[in-house]
Design a protein around this ligand. Structure first.
Ligand code: CO
Length: 134
């Protein structure tokens, strides 16, 4: 089912500071910050040759990553995102295996405007998994 690694996401307390760290130390290629009020995050993407690193800062009072930052005040790795060919096919197969899907249990539009699913970390060795249709 799995294709390429799309991105690794890291929650950060201050996205400008975090971007500066990647710029200063790695001279990384970093996108402009973009806020998604509907997802409660501001993100930048650090472009690598074979994948991306997504830095995420909470946006607004109801941000779903606010709690994560309370537990990890310096930030930390939040999820990995892997590509799948057909998200509905993947969903059927995961439902057959009784895997817990977060949210409504249906694909939603992610920050790349492609349908995504989040899978409960308990079933995947403590790692939150995002699937994105390629
Ligand atoms: Co993501």
């Amino acid at each position: 089912m799995l294709k390429r690694l799309n991105h690794v996401a890291i929650v950060v307390p201050d996205i400008k500071e975090a971007s500066k760290v990647y710029k200063t130390n790695f001279n990384a290629n970093i996108s402009e910050p973009k806020s998604y009020p509907e997802h409660g995050v501001t993100v930048v993407f650090i472009e690598l040759e074979n994948t991306k690193i997504e830095l995420m800062e909470p946006y607004g009072e109801d941000s779903p990553i606010k709690k994560f930052l309370e537990k990890n005040p310096h930030g930390g790795m939040h999820h990995i995102c892997m590509e799948v060919e057909d998200i509905n096919k993947s969903l059927d197969s995961l439902n057959n295996n009784k895997v817990k899907i977060l949210g409504t249990g249906k694909p939603v539009k992610g920050s790349h405007n492609k349908p995504i699913l989040f899978l409960h970390p308990k079933e995947f060795c403590g790692t939150l998994i995002e699937l994105e249709e390629e």
